[in-house]
Design a protein around this ligand. Structure first.
Ligand code: EGV
Length: 377
């Protein structure tokens, strides 16, 4: 496949998410669209004051403070003294910069986790990369027989939409595998804030192995900040890719107001906010599952997932695209999973994805519509 996207006739997941924005019940995109907690509301109430504070402080200081607050809140302390961090408008912008750096460095062959959110393969393909799918299960089985000759191994952990996490011992095994073969290990950890099991110090493992690595961190999925967010591009100081140069081709930095806001929300996360977030997502997940428990007891393929989206199995004889379309007609917008299965779209027809970062009434409403659909399917 060549050109900008794999299949320009098929809308990408983001186009489907956009079509859900202003109508009915939107449980399509993975962004946080729930009520802020009381301590988050206190930060929002101080926005005018924060604006003034951001205007006066040196931008590099605010940038560093946001990095320190966020990375330490999620257990990534080694990144703060052993890695370089570039703060981007979003993780997709970080991804684009990373892809361009690979392109400039003459690296083309990327082994990429399958399934995963479609903008990762789409951005990489758009930059001329050749993608080799590696199933999530295969990654979790650890490096046994080697995948085809590749220059990069790209893993989303926790993965979107399944929530599967690469545990420390397997990250270490893959990092060693990469170090031996001179493969660059790339991680997208956008959902790690939802799952304690993804908050061990990844950079300690990566540094210890001596492999080349680039990690994309994201504040964007965690907090209801109206998409005021950043993505961090993190890599070893000796990394030869021209990441900084390409970064500065694209931006000079992120708004100091956003940096200050990220710091405030990250500090709140450290002081109990993460625990509260986990409880909220757990409750919405339980709500969805309990609504469907008797009608379709085997509906949930990702029983161990803790991220803010949940896959629901499509009933026998139906396809995700049909279920998505029927739910849409009843005013409930989910995502069909076809596009997540970027190398085998048909396999994605077995699932839809429901966002849980919503007010509980929205999740309950979506659950009722899904139940209604399953009862008639
Ligand atoms: C999810 C939106 C972009 C993306 C949503 C997402 N798409 N950036 N093109 O943030 O899981 O719904 O990752």
């Amino acid at each position: 496949m060549t050109g900008l996207t794999g299949a320009p006739d098929l809308p990408n997941l983001t186009e489907l998410e956009l079509s859900a924005l202003d109508s009915g019940i939107n449980v399509a995109d993975g962004h946080a669209r729930h009520e802020p907690t009381s301590s988050q509301q206190k930060i929002i109430d101080r926005l005018a004051e924060l604006f003034g504070q951001a205007a006066r402080a040196p931008a590099t200081l605010l940038d560093r403070q946001a990095q320190v607050a966020f990375l330490s809140a999620l257990g990534q302390d080694t990144a703060l003294h052993c890695a370089k961090v570039l703060t981007c408008y979003s993780s997709s912008v970080a991804m684009e910069i990373f892809g361009r750096a690979l392109q400039a460095g003459g690296m083309r062959r990327v082994a990429l986790i399958h399934p995963t959110f479609d903008n990762i393969p789409d951005i990489l393909r758009g930059l001329g990369m050749t993608l080799v799918p590696v199933s999530e299960q295969r990654l979790l089985d650890g490096p046994g027989k080697r995948p085809a000759e590749v220059e990069v191994l790209f893993v989303t952990t926790p993965n979107n939409p399944t929530g599967r996490v690469l545990p420390r011992n397997l990250l270490a095994d893959w990092a060693d595998w990469c170090a031996t073969r001179k493969v660059l290990l790339a991680l997208d950890t956008s959902f790690r804030g939802f799952d304690d099991r993804a908050q061990y110090d990844h950079y300690a493992v990566l540094a210890e192995s001596g492999c080349r690595y680039v990690v994309i961190e994201d504040t964007g999925k965690l907090w209801p900040t109206l998409d005021l967010k950043v993505g961090f591009l993190v890599f070893a100081p000796a990394e030869p890719l021209l990441l900084r140069r390409i970064y500065t081709d694209i931006l000079i930095g992120v708004s100091p107001l956003i940096l200050l806001l990220v710091r405030q929300f990250a500090e709140d996360a450290s002081q109990g906010g993460l625990t509260e977030l986990h409880r909220f997502v757990r409750q919405n997940r339980a709500l969805l599952r309990s609504h469907l428990a008797d009608v379709a007891p085997l509906s949930f393929p990702d029983l161990d997932s803790r991220i803010s989206v949940e896959r629901v199995a499509v009933p026998q004889g139906r396809r995700a695209t049909q279920m998505w379309s029927a739910l849409r007609h009843s005013g409930v917008h989910v995502l069909p999973c076809r596009q997540f299965h970027w190398a085998d779209p048909a396999a994605g027809e077995r699932f839809v994805r429901v966002a849980l970062g919503r007010p509980s009434q929205a999740v309950a409403h979506a659950a009722a519509a899904i139940r209604h659909y399953l009862e008639r399917a």
